[in-house]
Design a protein around this ligand. Structure first.
Ligand code: BES
Ligand code: MN
Ligand code: ZN
Length: 485
């Protein structure tokens, strides 16, 4: 896919289809394209197209202009148009044209600029929605867009934004590929290989083997790995772009969650390959940071293992000792995410004294019960960090919704014989899972992002095709960049 910027008018652009954006009820925006053209647009506005949000109309181009076809796409009411509407329009328009077999497309940026929005949101939406996971198809889809031309004046700002959008979307693709890959091809070792593939001068990757983590005392993490024949891999990445204290990013990396001895019901269990979506997001962020040489320091940690039942698996009632020395009574082996993330938090604090920790995890089914598939559940111990992540969530539309960490939740996870237990019962299980992690973060500023409801989409969204969403990459990159502004 080639993306280029050309400072020519739409009527002079040789392409299969030219995309024109419209706000609701205004058929006149492109009238300088000529009277034949304008007549055709007015006719459309009289019946089949109104400029409503994400409304589409593909038509042959009138004689006398160079594009073969025109695609009209609506943005909705003029005073309500946001960056997100532009992103969605990009997603919808690009996939519509791809599915009709178009190869070379162009987009007019006049309306976007007149609304003081960025054409790169359109490109971002387009690229994100053009994603396809085809690894296991013998016959690949040959409908592919090869060329997108942005019709605009060239500028340093535009080319910088283009580079940024390219880096971010390719990292989202990277994350989605890892998540969509089934667990037989995405074992902890495969995930470790994917991490190693990101090695660069500014990005180091180290894999702690089982015996290393035993030496370090990561009993909570290891208790999850006990039932599997696949060796666990504790993956640590270090991105150095500055001299400051690092930010630690921890991604839950259960490559398959069967529940362990507390086995899950088989209905829908196939989806538990996406229980490493947090880890994939962290890899996506480090990949982007490294490609863009962002002036920040990052630690990425992916505690990777399968969670399976078996003769040597952890049993309910067993007690594990975490790297911090805290003991955990394992009431339910299906509450494994918090065990591996807790040891990762302990490891991060011990080894790197990070200025803050963000963990991202498909942690609880209760997350989707509370928020459906529309928002990340966010909890944390640091107001400023929470507020800044909320801002980035609004910028990227990877929305977060904050949930409380009331002191009273501590009671829920009190164990009779260990320091803490790994479940607090059904009620409040979204927040008690986070409270468990809170007990390990202690005084380090920390935010937890539960992406169980958003990491996988059941039906196409405007720029997320069904399957892995790759959520978290755009959010965290925006947060990192906002810290630099
Ligand atoms: N990986 C699951 C959470 C999950 C469920 C993610 C559905 C995505 C979709 C997690 O390990 C889990 O099993 N959580 C349990 C915890 C319970 C046993 C306290 C849950 O939420 O049911
Ligand atoms: Mn589980
Ligand atoms: Zn899980």
């Amino acid at each position: 896919m080639k993306i280029s910027v050309k400072n020519i008018s739409g009527i002079n652009c040789v392409c299969d289809a030219l995309i024109l954006l419209f706000v609701e009820g205004d058929s006149e925006f492109y009238k300088k394209f000529g009277s034949a053209f304008q007549k055709q647009i007015r006719k459309a506005f009289s019946k089949e197209f109104h400029g409503k949000r994400n409304e589409l109309l593909l038509m042959p181009a009138p004689k006398g202009i160079k594009p073969e076809r025109i695609l009209l796409i609506g943005l909705g009411k003029k005073n309500e148009v946001s960056a997100e509407n532009i992103r969605q329009a990009g997603g919808k328009a690009a996939v519509h044209l791809r599915d009709k077999g178009m190869k070379k497309i162009a987009v007019s940026t006049n309306l976007i600029s007149s609304l003081k929005l960025s054409p790169l949101n359109f490109i971002e939406g387009a690229l994100l929605n053009l994603y396809k996971f085809e690894r296991y198809r013998k016959e690949k889809d040959n409908k592919k867009i090869n060329n997108i031309t942005i019709l605009s004046k060239t500028s340093k700002r535009l080319s910088d934004e283009l580079r940024l959008t390219g880096a971010i979307t390719s990292s989202v693709y990277f994350a989605r590929d890892l998540i969509n890959t089934p667990s037989n091809d995405m074992t902890p070792s495969d995930l470790a290989k994917a991490a190693v593939s990101l090695r660069q001068k500014n990005l180091s990757v180290k894999i702690l083997e089982k015996k290393d983590t035993e030496k370090l005392g990561m009993g909570a993490y290891l208790s999850v790995a006990k039932g599997s024949h696949e060796p666990p891999k504790f993956i640590v990445l270090e991105y150095k772009g500055a001299k400051s204290k690092p930010l630690a990013l921890i991604g839950k990396s259960i490559t398959f969650d069967s529940g362990g001895i507390s086995l899950k019901p088989s209905d829908g269990m196939e989806k538990m390959k996406y229980d490493m979506a947090g880890g994939a997001a962290v890899l996506g962020v480090l990949k982007t940071a490294s490609a863009l040489k962002l002036p920040v320091n990052l630690i990425g940690i992916l505690p990777a293992t399968e969670n399976l039942p078996g003769g040597s698996a952890t049993k309910p009632g067993d007690i594990a000792r975490s790297i911090t020395g805290k003991t955990v009574e394992i009431i339910n082996t299906d509450a494994e995410g918090r065990l591996i993330v807790a040891d990762a938090i302990g490891y991060a604090i011990k080894n790197f004294k990070p200025k803050a920790i963000i963990d991202i995890a498909t942690l609880t089914g209760a997350c989707s019960v509370a928020l459906g598939n529309e928002a990340i559940a966010m909890m944390g111990n640091d107001r400023k960090l929470l507020d800044n992540i909320k801002k980035s969530a609004d910028n990227t539309f990877e929305r977060v919704w904050e949930m409380p960490l009331f002191d009273e939740y501590k009671e829920y996870i009190k164990s009779d014989i260990a320091d803490i237990k790994n479940t607090g019962g059904k009620n409040g299980s979204l927040v008690t899972a986070a409270y468990f992690l809170y007990e390990f973060a202690e005084k380090t500023p920390w935010v937890h992002l539960d992406i169980a409801g958003t990491a996988w989409v059941e039906k196409d969204k405007p720029y997320i095709p069904k399957g892995a969403s790759g959520i978290g990459v755009r959010l965290i990159i925006d947060y990192l960049r906002s810290e630099l502004r």
